[in-house]
Design a protein around this ligand. Structure first.
Ligand code: ZN
Length: 193
């Protein structure tokens, strides 16, 4: 069960089954690969451990790479390009969201009604608690959907490329057929003569 080696990242594969929310796990480039040192340096900085080294099974999750670092195989598996290097997200949308959501979720609403509360206050507190729970759920869904969206964009790009490729093949085939038609017409004319 792979998990992401980076500090503060909570992604591991049981939580994030394949593509269910778009997170994939990626092993380090093999020894001798030109980018391996950059990956290791990145984790050492991230974990503040100068002597940290990866094992054969160490993974970094897809959250720490750019969209253009990925490509999809024909079977829909997601791989990193050879030049991919993880990067530190400074103020990603996700983080901004988390900050705003936690400040909202930290609103103190006691679970029990005070005996000094008026009926209106009791009702308002109930509503507020309900709203906070609903907002939390929506934020979670939002994060999940954004990941899925990223994955689908990638898939869409791949399919667009396939279509482009097929179209150019069709054009080539049409010109071949045209040529053959012309040749057989010419042959017929020659025969008549
Ligand atoms: Zn991660």
């Amino acid at each position: 069960m792979p998990n992401c080696i980076l500090r503060y990242c909570k992604n591991y594969s049981k939580r994030t089954t394949k593509y269910s929310n778009g997170v994939t796990f990626h092993k380090f480039p093999r020894p001798g690969h030109e980018k391996r040192e950059q990956w290791i340096k990145f984790v050492q900085t991230n974990r503040s451990e100068d002597t940290w080294l990866p094992s054969d099974h160490t993974c970094i999750c897809s959250e720490h790479f750019r969209e253009e670092d990925f490509y999809l195989t024909k079977t829909g598996r997601r791989y990193l390009t050879k030049s991919a290097v993880p990067f530190e997200k400074l103020s990603s949308e996700d983080n901004q969201h988390n900050i705003s959501s936690t400040s909202f979720l930290n609103v103190e609403v006691s679970d029990s009604e005070s005996i000094f509360d008026t009926p209106i206050q009791i009702q308002l507190k109930k509503d507020l608690r309900k709203n906070i729970a609903a907002k939390k759920k929506l934020l979670e869904t939002n994060v999940k959907l954004r990941r899925q969206c990223r994955y689908l964009k990638l898939k869409n790009q791949q399919l667009t490329d396939i279509i482009k490729n097929l179209k150019s093949k069709i054009v080539k085939l049409e010109s071949v057929i045209d040529n053959e038609n012309k040749l057989s017409q010419d042959a017929a004319v020659v025969e008549k003569k």
